[in-house]
Design a protein around this ligand. Structure first.
Ligand code: PEP
Ligand code: MG
Length: 320
């Protein structure tokens, strides 16, 4: 089976009838990046930058971060490279950052909220990324965005970073900008935010947590935190429809995309690009290459009609 899958490595991710899907990888280190070719990933749909800080007690300075992104770009050789700014807080504690004492960390200072309340930390990362963009294309996305004010604030910081780089006579390049759609508020406010964005990526891990109000790390809540629910499926469809009305491409980088039984259904819903774990990439490609787009469409249509979590689970598991 493994041998069979490896033969798909250099073949495109497309359905039997030729519907192409972007198939990218979720990664967290240079080592991961060096393995993209092993599974034939077309690029990176999610680079979790907090992972590079997991094993260090000191925060890397701008130069160190710049070097790191340049090394990554070199390995990427012009392929899609999507960086997510630091997503700290809640379940993602870093030894180099002071821990925050909060009663409800998942509802607290995390993702973009943390970055916006630590502007120096945020601007250091942005400056490093802007400088690296001088050497290759970078898509930059922001975690935990709820509404347009957050975009206004962060784009203001980005302008400040560019002005500083001009002053310091350091070269920089242009970026494409996107958000991780991972709260119900982001879905509801999406239309207003799209004019400021080049792409979006749906983060179903947190979207599920915040839609179901169920802690994704709590083992007692496996029933309340289902991998797929009618509510989240509806939000995904709404996100895709709103974005497509504005011709914005939609990626999906949550764990859901790594499930070979679910990936075709997501394509049927209109997802343009899946970003999956390296270990799941060939299985997902195989699933897409063995199905007709028409079948994806009818699976999506059927799944969206189901109103119970267990019905949905049974339907997905029954798909062969
Ligand atoms: C998500 O929330 O779906 C996501 C991709 O991000 P993370 O799992 O890193 O929170
Ligand atoms: Mg998330």
């Amino acid at each position: 089976r493994k041998q069979q899958l490896l033969m798909l490595k250099d073949l495109p991710a497309e359905t039997l009838d030729g519907k192409k899907v972007g198939l990218l990888a979720n990664v967290g280190s240079l080592n991961d990046i060096s393995h993209l070719a092993d599974v034939g990933a077309e690029g990176i749909g999610l680079f979790r930058t907090e992972f590079m800080l997991m094993n260090t007690n000191t925060l890397p300075d701008e130069k160190t971060q710049y070097q790191f992104y340049c090394d990554a770009l070199h390995l990427m050789a012009g392929n899609t490279f999507t960086i997510r700014t630091l997503d700290v807080g809640a379940d993602k504690e870093l030894p180099c950052l002071a821990t925050i004492d909060e009663d409800n960390p998942a509802l607290g200072l995390r993702g973009i909220r943390y970055s916006l309340s630590h502007p120096e930390l945020f601007k250091t990362q942005i400056k490093a990324i802007l400088r690296a963009a001088n050497h290759g294309p970078i898509r930059l996305m922001f975690p935990m965005i709820n509404q347009i004010e957050e975009l206004d604030a962060l784009f203001e910081y980005i302008e400040q970073c560019k002005a500083q780089l001009v002053e310091e006579e350091k070269g920089f390049g242009e970026l494409s900008y996107g958000i991780v759609v991972e709260t119900p508020a982001a879905v509801l406010n999406l239309k207003a935010m799209l004019p400021l964005l080049d792409f979006i990526s749906i983060g179903t891990n947190d979207l599920t947590q915040y839609t179901m109000a169920a802690d994704r790390t709590n083992p007692m809540l496996t029933r309340q935190y289902p991998s797929l629910s009618p509510a989240v499926l509806t939000l995904i469809q709404q996100t895709i429809d709103v974005a497509h009305q504005r011709n914005i491409r939609v990626s999906l980088c949550g764990e859901l995309a790594s499930d070979p039984k679910v990936a075709p259904l997501l394509v049927g819903m209109g997802i343009d690009e899946l970003s999956v774990n390296l270990s799941a990439l060939l299985e997902v490609k195989s699933a897409l290459r063995n199905i007709n787009y028409q079948t994806c469409l009818s699976q999506a249509k059927h799944a969206l009609k189901l109103t119970r979590i267990d019905e949905l689970a049974r339907y997905i598991n029954g798909i062969d």
